[in-house]
Ligand binder design. Structure first.
Ligand code: HEM
Length: 738
């Protein structure tokens, strides 16, 4: 293999690789010279009688723009072809796609040799004249030979495609495929194919296990893709990588291609009958040969001992496969398989196919510390580097593997020294890079998607301790500021609320709280601005069942504690600015209800956010967590109660009983009845209303949740007791009268 053609992407060019340097140097002047030489050759081709359509297109190509386009096309083909000499599969893909374009330019098989000569001459001509830029000005025999070899390789792939186009194979295949689809339903076609495949290659039929209709549908999809290979190779190759990866996962091997192709041809022949002419047969065979070669090569590259063992679900085979790897490459074998240039992770594959024992083995193997004479080997870094979303994937798809991961991230000595064991933690990746986005660090992902038990593991505990050690000062500083605001608020607003007139002292305190809140608010706004500019925003879905209702907010406000602080600061400033308390004025003179509400809410929110300080104790933070969950239940309960309240209040208001004259009054009465505080007088309430009250008291979930076993008819009891009382009174009156 001629070394000079290592190509621009092939790790540098050794001295003398003149032609490669010539191509690699994308100077416009050189491109133009190549174009003009192609132009020269094209002119010759035309005069030499390229014939038919080709001749006409060549004629057009003489126009300046077309000549330039033609030159650029060749420039691209050569650049790519040479740089991909070490990757023949990808090179073939490129040449097949390029050949379709060349055919459109009018290039035919007989031109290829001349074009090769023309390009060779162009190299020679360009290198023969001194080149000040690159210092290369010679065209040796070796280079000439190497170029001939290179063009042979490239033109062989190009020729296959052009030949198929020349023979109108694409049209023949498309027409016959349409005829097949018109004559048989997809299910019948599928039946025909799979029955024949079972006889021809019983060893592959286990791969096709889906229901008949689905199987038939997939067969049609496969056929459409094969037909597309001839028509639009670029779009076929776009789909090739994922297709090959799926086929490796189905367990398809390249050797299955042959029986598959034989059965395919037989099916077509069977369905087409007399329409299966020699030309049609040749067209299909040529298409299948080219297409299956491409797929087979990719399958071969992607299939190795590890992928085969995962497909078979065989843990012992996987162990043996991994044992074959050289120690220095062992981790790489486990974390990635190259398929046609794209990388597949065997670990994710095992996780997604629920092959947890295999995934556990891979994790353990990766996170085992090994050594040889040269080095220590440990796969943690490679694991996180090649699986940036590892934590999220494990939390979502296989939380049971998280402890295996954690176990692998710590090492402990077997020796006990003074009752202690030495432990090393390898938690750099979990901790997260300081310059990276902290919200995307594995620890943050654990907080968002992990399970509570994961935080019990010493590894995560260690990471948290480290973070806490670094961030606690900031946390306490933040809490101190808000504690100060809270204290001042309590004295200035809450304590001052009892004063009949606002003293100077109170007014000053209020101003101080408002100023502090203003500063905090400003800092928060600046932070939010920075986050918005740097894209640190998150999408919030207040109703998880309705994902369409969502909004984007800076990270700062995504935290509930911060939201509560933000709102509290705004409310404090509003309360202070609204002039509710000016010196010497009476509160009742200036006060208005909404003002008082603003103050009340600010106080409530300040106290709620202050409870965050309790997270310094694990037990208390667990309690807060539980209360948080409870709160969401309470909110749901209140919502149901509210709807019931409104419904029954509407009903009772329409009947206009005493205590239920207006809608607002009805709601109030119902609340009083249900919480048994200052209940309205129900003596005058009519039968229907009473029935509804009874119904409400039974229904309303708050009461039942609090006293599940209690007979919930205090209203009735009261009513009966009162009626008894009334009756007794009436009897007493009657007795008195008597
Ligand atoms: C040129 C060759 C081939 C092409 C273009 C091709 C294309 C396709 C396409 C488009 C599908 C639809 C599902 C998907 O996209 O994953 C499919 C499915 C499938 N193919 Fe292929 N295929 C080829 C060769 C083969 C061979 C040789 C075998 C094995 C004998 C095979 C086995 C399968 C299996 C097992 C499925 C999934 C069907 C199922 O789960 O029931 N394919 N193929």
């Amino acid at each position: 293999f001629p070394v000079p053609f290592a190509g621009p992407g092939g790790g540098g060019n050794p001295p003398g690789s003149a032609s490669v340097d010539y191509i690699g140097n994308n100077a416009p002047s050189r491109r133009a010279s190549l174009a003009s030489l192609c132009d020269f050759q094209v002119t010759n081709l035309r005069h030499g009688g390229a014939g038919g359509n080709g001749g006409k297109v060549m004629g057009k190509a003489l126009e300046e723009a077309a000549v330039e386009a033609f030159g650029v096309e060749f420039w691209d083909i050569l650049s790519r072809g040479i740089s991909l000499l070490w990757e023949p599969e990808v090179q073939t893909e490129n040449m097949v796609v390029a050949a379709s374009r060349l055919f459109a330019f009018g290039v035919r098989i007989q031109h290829l040799e001349q074009i090769g000569d023309a390009i060779g001459q162009s190299f020679k001509a360009a290198l023969a004249c001194p080149c000040n830029e690159c210092g290369l000005h010679e065209w040796t025999d070796d280079q000439s030979e190497a170029w001939s070899w290179c063009w042979e390789v490239l033109s062989a792939d190009i020729a296959k495609t052009i030949r198929a186009q020349e023979l109108r194979h694409v049209q023949l295949v498309r027409d016959s495929w349409e005829a097949v689809k018109a004559s048989k339903s997809s299910v019948d076609l599928g039946d025909l194919f799979y029955t024949d495949l079972q006889e021809e290659a019983p060893q592959v039929i286990h791969l096709f296990q889906r229901p008949r209709k689905m199987q038939a549908y997939l067969f049609i999809q496969a056929m459409e893709l094969i037909v597309r290979f001839g028509e639009d190779p670029a779009s076929f190759f776009d789909e090739l990588k994922p297709l090959v990866i799926r086929h490796i996962k189905y367990g398809v091997r390249s050797q299955y291609m042959k029986p598959f192709g034989i059965v395919l041809m037989r099916t077509m022949e069977h369905v087409l009958g007399p329409l299966w002419t020699t030309d049609v047969s040749a067209a299909w065979k040529s298409l299948w040969t080219r297409c299956s070669c491409v797929v087979s090569r990719s399958l071969n590259v992607g299939t190795n001992l590890i992928t085969v063992s995962i497909v078979n679900g065989d843990l012992c085979q996987l162990r043996r496969a991994v044992a074959c790897a050289p120690r220095c490459d062992r981790a790489k074998w486990i974390v990635q398989v190259q398929v046609n240039g794209s990388v597949l992770s065997p670990l994710y594959w095992a996780v997604r196919d629920c092959k947890y024992a295999m995934a556990r083995f891979m994790l353990r193997d990766l996170l085992t510390i090994r050594a040889d004479r040269e080095e220590y080997y440990y796969g943690a870094h490679l694991l996180f580097e090649s699986h940036p979303d590892l934590v999220s994937a494990l939390c979502r798809e296989s939380p049971q593997l998280v402890s295996t991961l954690f176990d692998g991230l710590m090492w402990h000595s077997q020796a006990v020294e003074k009752g202690k064991v030495r432990v090393n933690y390898y938690i750099g990746e979990l901790y997260g890079a300081p310059e990276g986005d902290p919200w995307a660090s594995p620890l943050a992902v654990f907080c968002a998607e992990g399970k509570p038990w994961m935080f019990d593991h010493p590894v995560l505990d260690k990471v948290l301790q480290l973070k806490w050690g670094r961030l606690k000062l900031l946390f306490f500083a933040e809490q101190t500021v808000f504690a100060l605001i809270l204290v001042l608020f309590m004295v200035g607003f809450v304590d001052g609320a009892s004063e009949l007139t606002c003293s100077q002292h109170t007014v000053n305190l209020r101003r101080a709280v408002a100023s502090m809140s203003g500063i905090v608010l400003l800092v928060m706004l600046v932070l939010m601005h920075v986050q918005i500019r740097s894209g640190q925003c998150v999408r919030i879905q207040p109703l998880p069942k309705l994902p369409s209702i969502s909004f984007v907010t800076p990270r700062l406000l995504a935290n509930k504690w911060n939201t509560s602080r933000f709102i509290a600061c705004v409310l404090i400033i509003i309360a202070a600015l609204s002039g509710h308390c000016n010196q010497g004025t009476s509160r009742s003179d200036q006060g208005s209800t909404w003002n008082m509400h603003v103050e009340a809410w600010a106080g409530l929110l300040l106290w709620i956010q202050f409870s965050q300080i309790l997270v310094t104790s694990t037990r208390l933070s667990a309690l807060i967590y539980t209360v948080g969950i409870l709160l969401s239940d309470v909110v749901r309960l209140l919502l149901v109660i509210l709807i019931l309240l409104v419904a029954f209040a509407a009903y009772l208001t329409c009947l206009s009983n005493e205590g239920f004259g207006e809608f607002g009054q009805s709601i109030l009465s119902l609340v009083r009845v249900s919480i048994e505080v200052s209940k309205p007088d129900l003596i005058e309430v009519g039968g229907w209303s009473l029935f509804m009250l009874l119904f409400f008291c039974h229904l309303h979930p708050g009461r039942n949740a609090q006293h599940p076993r209690r007979p919930a008819q205090p209203v009735v009891r009261d009513y009966v007791a009162r009626q008894d009382g009334v009756r007794q009174d009436e009897q007493g009156v009657r007795r008195g009268r008597n």
